[in-house]
Ligand binder design. Sequence first.
Ligand code: MHO
Length: 248
Amino acid sequence: MEMELSMAGLRAVFWSLALFAASMANHVGAIRLEGVQEPPSTRQQSLRTAVFALGSFWWSEAAFGCLPGVVRTSVGYAGGSKINPEYRNLGDHAECVRIEYDPKRIQFKQLLDVFWASHDPRQVFGQGPDVGNQYRSIIFTNGMQEARLAAASKEREQAKSRNSVVTTEIQQLGVFYPAEAEHQKFELKRNKFLLQLIGNMPDEELLASHLAAKLNGYAAELCPRNIQRKIDAKIDEIKKSWPLLREI
Ligand code: MHO
């Protein structure tokens, strides 16, 4: 009897070691994606923030996450007056993406170019199949210089055709309310394989992670072509040596 108990104890130790090793293996998967890893923390002080509304924030977050110089992304609500909006009750706010970027690597001007290229600013009261005020197009600005850049870029956009009106609003950013966890990195969360590849990060890590922002764009196939290829190659390499369970 005593002997059986200690065998059970040994088995328990064995399984906890095995589980620990398995969880470490997950992290090894993450480390191997080193080309798209977190940027050095020394850069963090000089980061800037931009907020845009351009339709469903699932898509908006993915459209910016993979750009070189973008460090982190998240989604939320802004542009309205309702206090503490929620997804099912967002009042007059719009769905937004918040982008933290390194101004030495990408500028507000370039983010504006991506903003215009990633949606149809002439669609009235919605974006694609999504209808409603929450999907309207807004450039949020921080200060006069950004407001000027935003206005000039809107004029250029309007000048492309006078047949319809560019509906995009330009607003000084007020409060940005972060959206619920299930809306953050939504495209990445749909892809269980990619999620596992980065060690099934919990929500708060996903929110802060550069790697997750990038892979969220990758999952939606919105990375610039060269980055898309680089990530494809890394994933292929990992898949080749991925341990497979062949029998049981
Ligand atoms: N068409 C989208 C809208 C999502 S959104 C974050 C859907 O699948 O419901 O507003």
